[in-house]
Design a protein around this ligand. Structure first.
Ligand code: FEO
Ligand code: CA
Ligand code: CA
Ligand code: CA
Length: 575
């Protein structure tokens, strides 16, 4: 599959030793090197506003956001990247993509999940609407055009570079679009995306960003009425004070007690589609994929060329979902319909005997018809519908990825509150997490699957391969599984990225981040000789822990950033 390297071992690099993977700076395998790209606050394109700390709200709309997370690289070449049939090329990129320009010129689309107030604003809470706007504009998504010249990747001038943030106009499509649940008394138009965690991408060349902990940005001033959570608000974790962002004190849209903005919170918790090659496109919230704390979306093509999307809902005891488009995705596109607008949404039940079932979230099910009025309600309150169907509560489902042989992997990052184990979540409590894998029937479209545990993090403890809290995940076309971590690692290690050989179970550490960060986000150029990953919340925002990457540009606050990773011999990443 990798041409002349076929006889070589799948993983053949010098690992980063446990003893070396700590401290305020990153460490990479001796066979690899890295470059830092687009730290928080850099202008989106050359000539844009330079970073000043703390930033102002207007500048921040033209600068890279904070909280780098999921991302995808879209190559630019004569064929405009992965449109249509090029998708299958993703499986064998070496063969057809080796010499294409898209290997050193592309659009990078990157999520900005979150930044704490002290880190972003330089103070504990916003004191004005302007402060709130700074925080809001630091969240969302960046679309940048990047190019490699004389060995160095840089952002370049671009017609399609843009920021999408909490105040960017968006639209809804699919079964919930136009439903009263998405209308507010005030009649304000839908704006923005928030807590953009992991991501996905489609065969038709678009980016998918996922809204995870959207509940934390809402709160209640109780100015007009005393807010009492509805059952749905409680299930989705809304509270009077949220996560401490304080937006609701100055921006009424996020005030749950404001009678003019009833239902505003239903506009978040979706998967959002973005065209990286068209800056005039309004991001579209695809409601057929359900509303929950979307970690990421792994899209593949199943039987009948239907688009299939696997998705985790990252909360303790929440679920794994699957969406299957109604028809051949190309037919739907030719008819002017998005494959993500019509189809079936399922939730997973993992039986203790290694079998599993996909339970459909449909109003045609009498159990759900008894609890909801229509399909739009089922999708908006997908968590509650899944509760009724008896889905299996998991240990925080984070990323999913589909390997070329059809195996699907999902990280279950941890669950310190589990008191009762089951076969799919075998540790109680489970402070360090595990990775599960399954194989669907009918080429991803069936109602049943077979599953097994791939790796239990605690089993690696005390060895050189130690890791905890798996989160980011990517199965490459050759059988490697890239595993990124977010949580307390053992033996003083920083968070890290490891590579597993899925056939042998061998594990090696390729990279460790900086103190206090997590490693997340993963994408490659089509030839897989350049990889992009992120450090998120380096030093947890505290300059006394790390000033990374300050010595590069003289700014003293630690900043989220992207690493461009290459093998010194120009080989495939992971080899
Ligand atoms: Fe945003 Fe579940 O990580
Ligand atoms: Ca994550
Ligand atoms: Ca995580
Ligand atoms: Ca995170």
């Amino acid at each position: 599959r990798e041409g002349f390297r076929r006889h070589r071992k799948l993983i053949d690099f010098e690992p980063v030793a446990v003893a070396d993977g700590n401290g305020p700076w990153p460490t990479i395998s001796a066979d690899y090197e890295y470059q830092v790209l687009i730290p928080w606050g850099d202008p989106l394109e050359p000539g844009g506003p330079e970073f000043n700390y703390p930033p102002n709200a207007d500048d921040q709309t033209k600068q890279i956001g904070i909280g780098h997370d999921g991302m995808h690289y879209f190559p630019i070449d004569r064929f405009r990247g992965y449109r249509d049939d090029d998708w299958d090329d993703d499986r064998h990129p070496f063969r057809r993509y080796r010499w294409r320009r898209g290997n050193w010129h592309g659009m990078l689309v990157i999520n900005h999940e979150f930044g704490t107030n002290p880190h972003v604003l330089g103070k504990q809470s916003p004191e004005s609407l302007e402060d709130v706007r700074v925080s809001q504009h630091a969240h969302g998504v960046s679309v940048v055009e990047i190019k490699k010249s004389r060995g160095v990747w840089r952002t370049v001038k671009s017609h399609n570079a843009r920021r999408i943030h909490v105040n960017t106009p968006v639209t809804f499509s699919g079964p919930v679009a136009g439903h009263p649940l998405l209308q507010t008394p005030n009649g304000n138009i839908p704006l923005g995306t928030v807590n953009n965690c992991s991501n996905g991408h489609t065969p038709w060349g678009t980016y998918l960003t996922c809204e995870e902990n959207f509940n934390g940005y809402f709160g209640a001033t109780n100015r007009d009425t005393v807010w009492m959570p509805t059952a749905a608000q409680e299930r989705y974790g809304f509270s009077e004070t949220g996560f401490g962002y304080g937006w609701y004190n100055f921006d009424r849209r996020f005030d749950l007690s404001d009678v003019d903005y009833v239902n505003e919170e239903n506009r978040f918790g979706w998967v959002v589609e973005i065209d990286p090659m068209d800056a005039t496109q309004k991001p579209v919230k695809r409601t057929a994929l359900g509303r929950f704390k979307h970690e990421g979306v792994a899209l593949t093509i199943g039987q009948g060329r239907r688009a299939v999307a696997y998705m985790g809902d990252d909360q303790r005891f929440d679920y794994i979902y699957k969406f299957v488009s109604a028809d051949d995705y190309r037919h739907m596109l030719h008819q002017g319909e998005s494959p993500l607008d019509r189809g079936q949404l399922f939730v997973a039940r993992f039986n203790d005997d290694g079998s599993g079932e996909w339970l459909e979230l449909t109003i045609d099910n009498p159990q759900l018809a008894a609890a909801f009025n229509d399909q739009a309600e089922v999708l908006t309150y997908a968590r509650m519908a899944a509760d009724i169907l008896g889905a299996t509560p998991m240990d925080r489902p984070e990323w999913t990825t589909v390997a070329p042989n059809g195996d699907v992997y999902c990280t279950l990052t941890n669950n310190s509150r589990r008191t009762e184990a089951n076969a799919a979540n075998p540790l109680a409590p489970n402070p360090d997490g595990h990775i599960i894998k399954w194989r669907d029937s009918d080429k991803h479209t069936g109602l049943t699957f077979e599953w097994e545990i791939f790796l239990i993090a605690a089993d690696t403890h005390g060895t050189e391969d130690t890791f905890s809290d798996p989160d980011g995940l990517w199965a490459d076309p050759a059988g490697r599984l890239f595993i990124q971590t977010d949580g307390g690692q053992k033996d003083g290690l920083n968070n890290q990225m490891l590579v597993a050989d899925t056939r042998t179970g061998e594990l090696r550490r390729l990279f460790t981040g900086v103190a206090g960060d997590e490693i997340t986000g993963i994408t490659v150029t089509p030839d897989r000789r350049t990889m992009f990953i992120n450090t998120q919340h380096p030093g947890n925002g505290d300059p006394s822990v790390t000033n990374f990457p300050a010595p590069l540009d003289g700014v003293t606050v630690p900043r989220d950033a992207t690493f461009v990773i290459t093998r010194k011999d120009g080989g495939i990443i992971g080899s």
